[in-house]
Design a protein around this ligand. Structure first.
Ligand SMILES: [Zn+2]
Length: 199
């Protein structure tokens, strides 16, 4: 008997990672001001918030910009688990008690106290992730990237994401200030500048 639902080996085997188009890479990597959501270094890669291996969607709704180091260290963990794990690794005395908040070794705390002390930081991290996810999900912004970079297709050996990003960065910066106009907004503005449209 099989069919025990999610986690079934067969189900996992048939899931395939998909390739992302250049416009999708640009839409994710340039969100959050082009910075890694976990450490603020320049983003270099897309992190699955919920790991693909755990059933996380291979979609923009589950991707955030991250640096290589954070992406590798976080691996298949969820952000809170990773965060708490890092905190533990920093605080652990090695004698059965975590050290207190100062990190100077002047106090010990129970696991319960330690968990409560980082609860707020985890909530802040989750808020930050929500903010970046909302930026990436913004339909107008998303369409702006799709309309302009769809023709670039998929990254290739001769035209990869770093090169596309370098070329697009200034334009994206300017469009961000203008609030990502749609193609028709842009057309109307151009026509307006030429005096063909408008009152
Ligand atoms: Zn990072």
């Amino acid at each position: 008997m099989c069919g025990r639902g999610r986690g079934n080996a067969h189900d996992i085997k048939v899931r395939r990672r998909r390739r992302f188009m250049i416009w999708e890479w640009l839409a994710v990597l340039t969100a959050n001001n082009g910075e890694c959501v976990y450490c603020s270094a320049r983003s270099q890669t897309m992190d699955h918030v919920i790991a693909f291996a755990d059933g996380g969607a291979d979609e923009l709704t589950n991707l955030v910009p991250a640096c290589h180091d954070c992406n590798r260290r976080k691996s298949d963990k969820t952000p809170p688990v990773w965060f708490i794990g890092m905190d533990l690794a920093i605080r652990w005395w090695g004698n059965g008690t975590p050290q207190g908040g100062s990190g100077l070794g002047d106090s010990s705390m129970s696991l319960r106290e330690m968990y409560l002390s980082i609860h707020k930081e985890v909530l802040t991290l989750l808020d930050d992730l929500d903010t970046v996810a909302a930026e990436i999900a913004d339909p107008k912004r998303r369409k702006w990237f799709e309309d302009r970079y769809w023709l670039h297709g998929y990254p290739s050996a001769s035209y990869g994401v770093p090169r596309a990003r370098k070329q697009a960065e200034q334009r994206i910066k300017e469009e961000k200030e203008r609030g990502y106009p749609s193609v028709s907004d842009e057309f109307a503005r151009r026509m307006g500048l030429r005096g063909h449209v408008g009152t």
